[in-house]
Design a protein around this ligand. Sequence first.
Ligand SMILES: *[C@@H]1O[C@H](CO)[C@@H](O)[C@H](O)[C@H]1NC(C)=O
Ligand SMILES: *[C@@H]1O[C@H](CO)[C@@H](O)[C@H](O)[C@H]1NC(C)=O
Ligand SMILES: *[C@@H]1O[C@H](CO)[C@@H](O)[C@H](O)[C@H]1NC(C)=O
Ligand SMILES: *[C@@H]1O[C@H](CO)[C@@H](O)[C@H](O)[C@H]1NC(C)=O
Ligand SMILES: *[C@@H]1O[C@H](CO)[C@@H](O)[C@H](O)[C@H]1NC(C)=O
Ligand SMILES: *[C@@H]1O[C@H](CO)[C@@H](O)[C@H](O)[C@H]1NC(C)=O
Ligand SMILES: *[C@@H]1O[C@H](CO)[C@@H](O)[C@H](O)[C@H]1NC(C)=O
Ligand SMILES: *[C@@H]1O[C@H](CO)[C@@H](O)[C@H](O)[C@H]1NC(C)=O
Ligand SMILES: *[C@@H]1O[C@H](CO)[C@@H](O)[C@H](O)[C@H]1NC(C)=O
Ligand SMILES: *[C@@H]1O[C@H](CO)[C@@H](O)[C@H](O)[C@H]1NC(C)=O
Ligand SMILES: *[C@@H]1O[C@H](CO)[C@@H](O)[C@H](O)[C@H]1NC(C)=O
Length: 631
Amino acid sequence: MLYNSFTWLLVGLLVVRKSVADSQQIPISNADAIATAQAAAVLQATDDLLSSESLVASCSSCISLLQVSKNLAYISEGLFLSTLTSVCKRAGVDPTVCEGTVKEQGPVLRQVLRTINVSGRDGHIMCAANLNACPYPVVEEWNVTFPKPKPEHARPPPPSGQELTVLHLSDWHVDPLYEAGTEAACDKPICCRSEFTNFENITQPASTWGAFTCDTPITLLESMLEYIPSVTDKFAFAILTGDVPPHEVWSTLPYNKTQAIEVSSYDLLHAHFDAPGLIDTKLYPVVGNHEAAPTNLFPHNVSVIPKGDDKQYLNLTWLYETMSESWSGWLGNDATVQLVHNSGSYVAYPTDGLVIIGLNTMFCYTLNWWNIEYGGEKDPNGIFTWMIQHLQLAEDQGKRVWIIGHIAPGDNTCLHDYSNYYYQIVERYAPHVIAGQFFGHTHRDELEIFYENATQNYSKAISTAYLAPAITPFTSMNPGFRVYKIDAKTFDVMDSLTYVADLDDAEEWGEEGPNWHLEYSAREAYMSPLANVGPKEPLSPAWWHNVTRSFEENESMFEKYFMYRTKSSPTLPECDQTCRTNIICGIRAGKSELRCDYQRDDLNETSLFREYQRDPEKFEYMKDLCSGLGH
Ligand SMILES: *[C@@H]1O[C@H](CO)[C@@H](O)[C@H](O)[C@H]1NC(C)=O
Ligand SMILES: *[C@@H]1O[C@H](CO)[C@@H](O)[C@H](O)[C@H]1NC(C)=O
Ligand SMILES: *[C@@H]1O[C@H](CO)[C@@H](O)[C@H](O)[C@H]1NC(C)=O
Ligand SMILES: *[C@@H]1O[C@H](CO)[C@@H](O)[C@H](O)[C@H]1NC(C)=O
Ligand SMILES: *[C@@H]1O[C@H](CO)[C@@H](O)[C@H](O)[C@H]1NC(C)=O
Ligand SMILES: *[C@@H]1O[C@H](CO)[C@@H](O)[C@H](O)[C@H]1NC(C)=O
Ligand SMILES: *[C@@H]1O[C@H](CO)[C@@H](O)[C@H](O)[C@H]1NC(C)=O
Ligand SMILES: *[C@@H]1O[C@H](CO)[C@@H](O)[C@H](O)[C@H]1NC(C)=O
Ligand SMILES: *[C@@H]1O[C@H](CO)[C@@H](O)[C@H](O)[C@H]1NC(C)=O
Ligand SMILES: *[C@@H]1O[C@H](CO)[C@@H](O)[C@H](O)[C@H]1NC(C)=O
Ligand SMILES: *[C@@H]1O[C@H](CO)[C@@H](O)[C@H](O)[C@H]1NC(C)=O
């Protein structure tokens, strides 16, 4: 994720304030007087939003902005799109990026704005979840129902003493158009392509193996896939937690372009995973937000696809069918059939006693506009109900479950309501059934802890979610992957090993290529008097909770986590006390409503808007980040 289309609109909206002040003229072409007035109202509302002095004011300005955008959405699609495009361009964002992003995202956004109550809960969620401009509406209470009550004294089984090795890849983000020697500091969100290069004056040439401002070149993927077999004799199985296409979010269409990248990536993966002598194991993938074209837009089964023969691909049937075909040979026939009818989610059985629930978590994503349209939907497409059936079956049969998905439900891009309901399911089936949860999406190496009754104490910790580092170096991080040592019977994680290559040395890598190496073992790095388990015991949720206590009590312990979080990136961001508190709070949150990095009622915490008001200069960094020029 990191970079997304909404960020562009946001950047556009934020920066446009300056240009509005400098210019009387609003550049809208082909528009009559009423339309022009509506468009002007969008710009004015944006201005009000940015100059608001308090959360109350920023919220009412944000709602007004949605209101005028909604009015515009009724006039014509052309005017709606051209206004958004103008706002984006005036921000100094690359015109091609503005045009493409708005063209792809605009029609669905327009339909959703027309349907939702912008002054009600929907509008407030949109402003809170994406702009941090409103207090986040409290979760709509819903008691998830289960077939049976939780067994008393449900405990995980004891370790067997035998180990298996599992591979976890995430956020592949291949860029087939990456070329060595092209410009790595361009003005597009991703660089390192000849079309984005002024060959007369290359300021920062892209290396053969990748660059911090670009998505993954095929050379880097191949070197990683060739290196992986050297870390162990045998993998029991592997998982890939989503996002195969590049961050070219302004140009994902026609959908068969994105589809072709997915098909060829899975062909490459099959070549390595199906071959004796190479990785030689089964791979269990899931869909991420970038799998869809346009990016992020996963419809609900009640969504009304915009009219027009040319828009039917928005139903994503093509995606689920492609995944079914590309993943066959790994998942088993039942699962490949199931995922087509189950919005991409499936269940698989990699080894005796273990069930994998491959979950499409895009029904929690804040940037999936279809989620806003049906904000009251408690169980989109019935996926929770389906998941509970399989967890119950596992409990009845004494099996253990791994849940794998792209967006972790505790992430700040996961809607609070969905996250709350998901947490209830974990509370019901952990620790005795759910042995682990595995996600990606943030590109960072992170984790989340779940507790009984959300009581954040080691004695109540019941589940850990591992967010694996991305393969892509985008942005400003080393490429990496993850290996788990797990108990052969309980499937609990005994150790988590992260491998990286130090991309800032890329120029010095010769024929041998990237210096893939072990970055750290979690057991070695985080074992301390505070957080201590025996060599035969798993890295339990209680242990991880104690590790977060060591972060609070020992600054150098936190710094270690902070460095690994971005895969030992050579350009670590600053992290002050608030940042530290928020990171630790985020690990313990498990559900997004318990995080500390959003606006509750009147908290004085970091809000983009507050930040901007305090120090507009600081905002320049964000513009850089978004344009791919960041640190
Ligand atoms: C929209 O939400 C507001 C605030 O909750 C409510 O007063 C209003 O009646 C709603 N409008 C519609 C059309 O449902
Ligand atoms: C959910 O369960 C709690 C505790 O049993 C109860 O107090 C509450 O009313 C229930 N909420 C709903 C919406 O059913
Ligand atoms: C090359 O590009 C850099 C950065 O864009 C610019 O500062 C410099 O003036 C350019 N040089 C020439 C010779 O165009
Ligand atoms: C996508 O489909 C169009 C029309 O069917 C075709 O012309 C084009 O070559 C296809 N593109 C790819 C990448 O397959
Ligand atoms: C989705 O769209 C395709 C055309 O792109 C169509 O063939 C298919 O029937 C649609 N599926 C559903 C479930 O509406
Ligand atoms: C849509 O999903 C709901 C659950 O949210 C389910 O009850 C319903 O049967 C589904 N409808 C279709 C047409 O698949
Ligand atoms: C759960 O936590 C709440 C608030 O922290 C507390 O009031 C309640 O008694 C707890 N319930 C159980 C079953 O521990
Ligand atoms: C954590 O749980 C233990 C054991 O139940 C209890 O003794 C301790 O007081 C709790 N700590 C906090 C901070 O609540
Ligand atoms: C976690 O910390 C508590 C309190 O210090 C301690 O009793 C417990 O043994 C620790 N557990 C682990 C696994 O580190
Ligand atoms: C703090 O953590 C570091 C390792 O990061 C360790 O070397 C040091 O002994 C710890 N200090 C204390 C007081 O536990
Ligand atoms: C918010 O900040 C103001 C001024 O900095 C302070 O007076 C107020 O107590 C703070 N409110 C909260 C809830 O922290």
